[in-house]
Write a new protein. Sequence first.
Length: 322
Amino acid sequence: MFSQENFFSILKLEKKLNMKTFKRIVFAFLALTALSAVFGYFYFDRKFTPEKNYLSVKNQSGKVPIVWQGSSKNAMLIPIKFEGDTAEYFLQFDTGSPYTVFYKNSAAKIQQITLHKQTAKTGFLIGRTKIFSTHFRIIDYGEKFNKNDSVRIIGTLGSDILENRKTLINFKENFIEFNLSKQPEDVQNKLFDFEFKKRKIIIPGILKEKEGEFLYDSGTSAYELLSDKETWNNLKTAGSKIVAERANSWQNTLTTYSAKSDIPITFNKKNLQIKAITYVDGFSKTQYLLMKFSGMTGMLGNKFFLENTIYLDCSVEKIAID
């Protein structure tokens, strides 16, 4: 006979079963979340890990003049020369690129560059520094230069030129020195740690009393601080005029929104003022996720450092900003 006691026993059993089911669902959800995080880590780790550095770099460059493209200093250009060619060519210095690359149309017109499918073999000079590789990357980018062009941009000088080497970028006096043999004397007491992770320059700093990490990307030359829209809203000056511009990034058209800001970033007790902050509409989902996944606060361009000097020792991951 079905008693009241049996009825309550069934209810208790059902409750236990439901609780077990609920716990299983929660456990499965947490396990799936953990697996997604692990998968995400390894996916981005593999995707953004650069190949071996194939550059051979010899001799100190001495002071190499920086040439700026456009009145807004849209690109930081480094002059180079090939042996047996009196012409001067330029590479855009882009620390956001882990590789030095040549542009296909331009490289095809230079006798000293031997093309082989997607790679090239050549050597060239930056000041007194000799650079050689049999594995330069070739990309289908850029236009053919003409003999009458005053500035012939034939490729990009990537952060592989920095790896395991000492470099000085003097924005105040407009020159750069590659492959220094020793540390400059005046930076000794100004050094602090940074990360040269996957050939990316990641500098720790303090913004609004909060520790953050900032990617120095010399390819975003005309901007000070690039960040996401939320950070942009928090840092822009109230009532500041918003300037929208169209920009090109490796054949992608992006829209940038810039506004005034008056907040400093502190690097090793030194304050550098942000005068303008920008966010970009048009980044790919991969680029956006990389920014979020890495935990970076933002990306610093050359314009932020125009009154400063940066010393980088990528062999021991030490930096000085003066």
